[in-house]
Every structure is written in C-alpha cells, then in structure tokens.
Design a protein around this ligand. Structure first.
Ligand SMILES: Cc1cc2nc3c(=O)[nH]c(=O)nc-3n(C[C@H](O)[C@H](O)[C@H](O)COP(=O)(O)O)c2cc1C
Length: 200
C-alpha cells in the first residue's frame, strides 16, 4: 500500500469490533508514527496509549454510562485502543532558547508563538498514526476531547503542561452496524476551490 492508497482509502471509522489489537501492535504503531518532523527537532510530542481497562476508564471519564445511551456512535466505544497525542510546550520553549534559535525570540513564552508548534507536531504524529493504521488494515477515527481535557489529565496523571490535541480510536472495523456522520456526507471540495496557484 502506498501513501496515496492510504490517503484515498482512509475514512473515519466510528464502529469497531471489540477484538483487541495484536500484542505489541499499539507500541509499534506509535513508534513509527513518532518519526514525523518536529519543529527544531524538539520531539515534544508524547502519547497516552490506552487498551483494555484503561479504555473503559477513558470512556467512564468522558462519556459517563448515563449519557452513553444517547451517544450517536456506540460502536466507537468498542474500539480496543485509544491513543491521545500531546504537545509539550516546555520542550519547545527550552529548545528555542538555545543559541541557534536565538533570533526567533520564541524561547521566552508560549504566547509568543504565532503558531504553537507543539500542537502542529502532535497533529502531524496523529495523522501519521492514522495512515499507519490504514496500512495495517485497521480502522481509526480522530476525535476531540472537548471539555474533558482536564478530567482526562486527572484520571491518567497527565502533566499540567501537556496539551492534548485529541484522541485516535484504533481497531478492527465492525462488519455491520456502522453509522456515518453528517460530516462524512459532505462532498470533497474541488481542487480548484482549495488550490490557489500563484495568487489567492
Ligand atoms: C481536528 C479534527 C477533529 C475531529 N473531531 C471529531 C469528533 O469529535 N467526532 C467525530 O466523530 N469525528 C471527528 N473528526 C473526524 C471528521 O469528522 C472527519 O475526518 C471528516 O468528517 C471527514 O471524514 P473522513 O475522515 O471519513 O474523510 C475530527 C477530525 C479532525 C481532523
């Protein structure tokens, strides 16, 4: 499978079989996903990988059982693995305070960054993880933490300065029972609408 194949075939999967991933598969996926570029080679992206009882704890934290009946994607909760990607601003501030980055003036404060590269880098890694999942024949879906970032931080002992960009659910797609979302039904915009050649 080429990268082009993976991008073409990939769709967000919101309904999973409960079958666990093969032993070691999650570590292997994350190990390969973390090879994406990072600003200044900060490598300031870290992952929280959840399987088994930890997945249940995640859902108990973000989608309590009393709200689960109304959740539009019950099959998402079956995913046997979840990976949360975090950017660590502190690593970027330290790196950009080093002599070769002095001219950027970005080493002083996180608010000085026009683009918070820790979030950019974490998003790159999360996308790589999804492409690797497709290559491995798995389904995946990226979704946000919304108002639950602090509760997840507390439940899983995530350091205060780590910023979550979201969660990637991973697993074998359910053969039946899949449900699309209104977002999925939106057609892809034509290339000419999004590609501005030479001028906007
Ligand atoms: C930043 C981001 C946030 C997303 N948040 C959610 C979400 O909270 N729930 C969800 O079901 N899908 C979420 N998605 C998946 C998108 O809805 C999906 O990628 C989009 O509809 C295109 O469909 P496709 O991935 O099947 O091509 C998110 C995707 C991105 C990139």
């Amino acid at each position: 499978m080429t990268v082009s194949d993976a991008l073409r075939d990939r769709r967000s999967c919101r309904s999973f079989a409960t079958t666990p991933l093969a032993a070691g598969a999650l570590d292997d996926l994350v190990d390969r996903a973390r090879r994406t570029p990072t600003a200044g080679n900060c490598q300031g992206v870290e992952f929280l990988a959840l399987e088994g009882a930890d997945v249940s704890a995640y859902w108990d934290t973000t989608l309590p059982p009393d709200r689960r009946g109304a959740f539009p994607w019950p099959g998402l909760v079956n995913a046997p693995a979840l990976v949360l990607a975090f950017g660590l601003p502190g690593r970027y501030l330290d790196r950009y305070a080093e002599p070769d980055k002095e001219g950027t003036s970005l080493g002083g404060s996180a608010t000085a960054w026009p683009v918070p590269y820790w979030l950019t880098d974490a998003a790159f890694a999360a996308m790589a993880l999804q492409l690797l999942a497709v290559e491995a024949g798995l389904g995946c879906c990226f979704f946000g933490l919304f108002e639950h970032e602090e509760a997840v931080r507390e439940r899983f002992g995530v350091p205060d300065d780590a910023r979550a960009i979201g969660t990637v659910a991973l697993g074998h797609p359910a053969l039946v029972g899949g449900r699309t979302s209104a977002s999925t039904a939106r057609p892809r915009r034509p290339l000419d609408e999004v590609l501005h050649r030479g001028t906007w």
